[in-house]
Design a protein around this ligand. Structure first.
Ligand SMILES: NC(=O)c1ccc[n+]([C@@H]2O[C@H](COP(=O)([O-])OP(=O)(O)OC[C@H]3O[C@@H](n4cnc5c(N)ncnc54)[C@H](OP(=O)(O)O)[C@@H]3O)[C@@H](O)[C@H]2O)c1
Length: 261
């Protein structure tokens, strides 16, 4: 991939750009378009330049909110010839892009903010791009984490609810830990953050191993011990049932947004 342009330089663009830079991707090959002063200055602090109209762009990475898609497509339509676009926008189906932009070559993608630490998970779906463009896009996103090939737009909606939103579910769960740990650590926020990070990182390393999740639980729990008490309470509260319901609600919402667009 030569030159890439982020159209919309907010949260997800900044996460991906930070990940690319720490992977050694040349910042001179990245540029952006954004109307928000705060995001523009964050990107310029990272050393990323605004779009130079003379540059030939190999891939436009579209990162605006779904509500801003119509204007962005209008601008892309008038500002680029035969644009090659990777859209990271949730819930806007390919029909809209193909209708709005003449000769667009489109890939849809769904990343998450862990790309910032090169621990991202990006699902990709080739709509009508060449095999080469798809392969190059995949190679680019492998620099910031793992990639997954999807086969249909419905799968993108499910992936949005599960993984795009995924980090937020764990941040939410960690709020319970934070509250209890702060008391134990005399309000030392930085220590509590480190404890939570080690807890999550350790869990992450464990799930990569060959043991199943049940085996990992058994390795921590002992008969009539504290873990068993905690897990039994989770079982009687039907935590997995309600967590499953929450994941389904997010997947359902992603589909509704897609249907509305
Ligand atoms: N954040 C995530 O974790 C995540 C994960 C997966 C996918 N996504 C997808 O990524 C997209 C962006 O999300 P985000 O959280 O990065 O949003 P964001 O932080 O609001 O960033 C979007 C940026 O694009 C700018 N913008 C919008 N329309 C523009 C236009 N026509 N010309 C120039 N700049 C424009 C916005 O400016 P204003 O602030 O002035 O509107 C804002 O600076 C969404 O569609 C979302 O579904 C996000």
């Amino acid at each position: 991939m030569n030159k890439i342009l982020f159209y919309g330089g907010g949260n997800i663009a900044q996460a991906i750009i930070s990940g690319l830079l720490s992977a050694g991707f040349n910042k001179k090959l990245i540029s952006f378009v954004d109307r928000n002063d705060s995001n523009r200055s964050k990107l310029s602090e990272l050393g990323i330049k605004e779009r130079n109209l003379k540059d030939k762009i190999d891939l436009v990475i579209l990162c605006v909110k779904p509500k801003d898609i119509s204007l962005a497509l209008k601008e892309i339509s008038s500002g680029f010839n035969n644009p090659k676009v990777l859209s990271l926008v949730a819930g806007v189906s390919s029909r809209k892009y193909l209708t709005a932009v003449h000769n667009i070559k489109l890939i849809r993608g769904m990343p998450n903010t862990s790309s910032e630490f090169r621990m991202g998970i990006t699902a990709l779906l080739n709509i009508n791009a060449s095999k080469k463009l798809y392969k190059d896009t995949k190679t680019l996103f492998k620099l910031v984490g793992i990639t997954l090939d999807l086969k249909s737009e419905n799968q993108i909606n499910d992936f949005t609810g599960l993984i795009g939103s995924g980090p937020a579910y764990f941040f939410y769960i960690l709020k319970s830990y934070e509250k209890l740990l702060l008391k134990m650590a005399d309000g030392d926020e930085s220590l509590v953050k480190s404890i939570m990070a080690n807890l999550m990182n350790g869990v992450g390393e464990s799930v990569k191993g060959k043991e199943s999740l049940d085996e990992l639980i058994s390795a921590v729990a002992s008969k009539k011990g504290t873990t068993e008490a905690g897990i039994n309470s989770m079982k009687s509260e039907k935590i997995t049932v309600s967590f499953n319901r929450s994941l389904k609600a997010a997947m359902k919402r992603a589909k509704e947004i897609a249907d509305e667009s």
